[in-house]
Design a protein around this ligand. Structure first.
Ligand code: C2E
Ligand code: CA
Ligand code: CA
Ligand code: CA
Length: 279
């Protein structure tokens, strides 16, 4: 009994307690976040590598909670996945991103630019996704080819058969599909060929160190070659400086995204940035 007591004491250490409490607090706050209008979107441009003209932007979710402050997506997306909250949150992102994008179109700010939206694992496996996307396309009026959905490599390869069917159904609506974080998962090349995708996004971990690490440079080079062999566009993300941008352009990479050009910004700042690009 004594040792059990000690074990119990160790199990409920103040540290564990605090972590459990923090998680419960965050989960509770996350449940209220949509209703309390605590989410917003930031936009980060991606540029044509050769012309350096803006090609589109990626919408990235931000959570500002009065109690927790700014919570990074890396800290709450997985919790949202585990609790199933990601479905309503993901739908909000899709709706809101398309609506905001079309409002910019109406103002003549982003004529014909593409919008990229991230989809979570739970969304991809949701049978309601295709219907939801259809209604978002209709309600927002965004031309489907201007919308690009980003799915991670591991998401697709987790259950490739089901993912392939879902991707086909999404493609049938006319949207574009990009594989995000490419190079970090374990792609079967046979499946890669069969997926109806448009684009590979080289994971930023390779891009960030490609000038210092010859193995990373070789991986980036190989992904660009693989993508082009399969008839896909290749995007590099996490481009932090001009030498990296120049090297990627020389390697034939199609599009560039990263702090070198712009951080993700709230829509007003993004618009100001876009207008600065025209001068
Ligand atoms: P991701 O989709 O790979 O997005 C790129 C992340 O890299 C973003 O982080 C962006 O701010 C950051 N980034 C962009 N350029 C650079 C750079 O040059 N250097 C560095 N160091 N970082 C750069 P963020 O916004 O914190 O998002 C993290 C991840 O959270 C995203 O990774 C994505 O997986 C997830 N996420 C964000 N928004 C959403 C969303 O609306 N839905 C879903 N399902 N996931 C989201
Ligand atoms: Ca992404
Ligand atoms: Ca990525
Ligand atoms: Ca990611």
């Amino acid at each position: 009994a004594k040792s059990a007591g000690r074990d119990t004491a160790r199990f409920f250490s103040p540290e564990t307690d605090q972590r459990v409490l923090a998680r419960q607090t965050m989960e509770g706050q996350l449940r209220q976040a949509l209703a309390n209008d605590e989410f917003s979107l930031h936009f980060q441009p991606r540029l044509n590598a050769r012309t350096r003209r803006v090609q589109g932007a990626e919408a990235l979710l931000r959570w500002n909670n009065p109690m927790l402050g700014q919570v990074a997506p890396g800290h709450f997306i997985h919790l949202a996945e585990e609790t199933g909250l990601i479905k309503p949150i993901g739908l909000w992102v899709l709706r809101e991103a398309c609506a905001q994008w079309m409002a910019l179109e109406a103002q003549g700010v982003c004529k014909g630019l593409e919008l990229s939206v991230n989809l979570s694992v739970a969304q991809l496996s949701d049978p309601e996704l295709v219907g939801q996307l259809e209604s978002v396309l209709r309600a927002s009026g965004i031309p489907p080819h201007q919308l690009e959905l980003e799915l991670t490599e591991s998401q697709l390869m987790d259950n490739p058969g089901a993912a392939q069917a879902q991707v086909s159904a999404l493609k049938a609506l006319g949207v574009q599909i990009a594989i995000d974080d490419f190079g970090t998962g374990y792609s079967s090349l046979a499946y890669l060929k069969r997926f109806e995708i448009d684009k590979l996004k080289v994971d930023q971990s390779f891009v960030q160190s490609m000038l210092d690490d010859s193995a990373d440079a070789a991986i980036v080079h190989a992904v660009i070659a693989l993508g082009h062999t399969l008839g896909l566009k290749v995007v590099a993300e996490g481009v932090e400086n001009l030498p990296t941008a120049q090297t990627l352009t020389a390697l034939g990479c199609d599009e560039l995204q990263g702090y070198c050009f712009s951080r993700p910004q709230p829509i007003e700042e993004f618009v100001a940035w876009l207008q600065g690009q025209d001068d």
